[in-house]
Design a protein around this ligand. Structure first.
Ligand code: SF4
Length: 431
């Protein structure tokens, strides 16, 4: 067992509470376990413990073994001078502070089922370690927890927008497109798209976006992929025109392209090939319908989707997935799932901060409510939850479950998770 798990048992009073005794034989009555301290110093502040007939108010330190007190050199540390109880799993020696005050020690005893659940949650061998307990959870517990997770996830996204605003001289449209760049890479090419974005000054983008061809030349040229494609297919008229345009722009604005080696194709479906994605992003950027302004006014999820779906790539990219290669038979455009991802990860967070900036709280609520209108995302994590019996119907569900998986399950933060809490408390209640 880890020390953090023992702290959890103490914090949530999962231990056997009848007839508690210190190792010296004094009765123990835990009035208040104290407040968990995540910084330096004792583990719990302001606990209230009755030892025999005396009520003590002070701090509690938790260790697996008593001897850890010395291993961690607490015996001469003033920060531990107010420890009123040393809580341990095993009392393997007496402990003192400043050499003369002997600390009362309590060996925690807790049901075997709690121990088993804790080690099951801590082990996490690929599948969700709490999987076997999920069917025992009531809807209400899960619903409340999902609401909090969704809020936490949206807060993170909004914070990121605020951080970028500072870097973009409070220009919301630039922030919108900077985030769009990154999210166009989805998971595999996110870093490459970020590098591409970083290589392009916003004033240069603004100058080129009047023409779709010039925007494509700028983005594909800066990606390093245009040069590679043109070298491989010098007879392709479209590539030739784009290459000429790009060399003009590069010289004029003193640009340096990113390395073509940043881009990845491994296991990508043709619809996600980087060149096609860059061409689609160019169409969003060059869109003379003032996309940002229109999106900022759209009220329903259907309106947002329609606005994004109306954006058309150039004729060439409607029939290609890679520059210079044989034209594909079907028309290429971003799929529903991709557009959904862009709305959730780009449009809603940026517009939420934009609404906040304008003091429009009604609009902020509308934007959050859009997540209940949009369908759930379909990705590996959402499917994993589905296999565990937890289905997502709306984007609000899938976003909450993504947050849960990424921030709690993956880093094994089960002890900070409400499901983890339910698993442990249900088990202790059962005994
Ligand atoms: S973090 Fe929560 S949901 Fe995830 S595995 Fe642990 S207990 Fe289960």
């Amino acid at each position: 067992m880890k020390e953090s798990a023992l702290q959890y048992v103490w914090q949530h009073k999962l231990f056997v509470q009848q007839n508690l005794m210190t190792t010296d034989g004094q009765s123990v009555n835990v009035i208040d376990v104290g407040r968990l301290n995540s910084g330096g110093g004792p583990d719990f502040f302001n606990a209230k413990i009755k030892l025999g007939n005396t009520l003590w108010a002070g701090n509690v330190e938790v260790h697996i073994n008593s001897s850890d007190w010395y291993r961690h050199h607490h015996q001469y540390d003033d920060a531990y001078a107010n420890v009123v109880l040393h809580v341990v799993k095993k009392a393997d020696q007496d402990v003192y502070i400043h050499g003369d005050r002997k600390l009362p020690q309590l060996e925690l005893v807790y049901p075997e089922t709690v121990e088993n659940s804790l080690s099951e949650l801590e082990s996490g061998t690929g599948r969700l370690p709490c999987m076997s307990y999920l069917s025992d959870l009531s809807d209400i517990h899960f619903r409340n927890w999902k609401e909090l997770l969704l809020y936490e996830r949206m807060e993170q996204k909004v914070e990121e927008v605020r951080r970028l605003l500072g870097q973009c001289s409070n220009d919301f449209e630039e922030v919108f497109f900077r985030i769009l760049f990154r999210n166009f890479g989805f998971s595999l090419n996110r870093a490459a798209f970020e590098a591409l974005s970083g290589s392009l000054p916003w004033p240069v983008i603004l100058k080129c976006r009047q023409s779709l061809q010039q925007t494509e030349a700028l983005l594909l040229g800066q990606s390093g992929l245009l040069e590679k494609a043109f070298a491989a297919h010098p007879g392709d008229n479209y590539l030739s025109a784009l290459n000429t345009e790009y060399h003009f722009l590069r010289k004029k604005y003193g640009l340096t392209p990113v390395s073509a080696s940043l881009w990845k194709w491994l296991r990508l479906r043709p619809d996600n090939f980087p060149e096609l994605r860059i061409a689609q992003l160019s169409a969003f950027l060059a869109d003379d319908r003032k996309l940002f302004r229109e999106l900022s006014k759209a009220v329903t999820a259907a309106e947002l989707l329609r606005l994004l779906e109306q954006t058309r790539v150039s004729e060439y990219w409607q029939h290609h997935v890679q520059a210079g290669r044989k034209p594909s038979e079907r028309t290429r455009k971003p799929g529903r799932q991709s557009l959904l991802g862009l709305i959730i990860n780009t449009v809603i967070p940026v517009m939420t901060v934009y609404a906040d900036y304008r003091g429009d709280s009604l609009r902020q609520e509308q934007l959050l409510a859009l997540l209940d209108q949009l369908p759930a995302e379909n990705n590996l994590i959402v499917r994993r939850w589905e296999q565990a019996g937890i289905r997502s119907t709306t984007a609000a569900d899938s976003q909450a479950l993504l947050q849960l998986y990424r921030k709690y399950c993956e880093p094994k933060n089960c002890l900070r998770c409400r499901i983890g809490y339910r698993v442990l408390t249900i088990e202790s209640i059962k005994t």
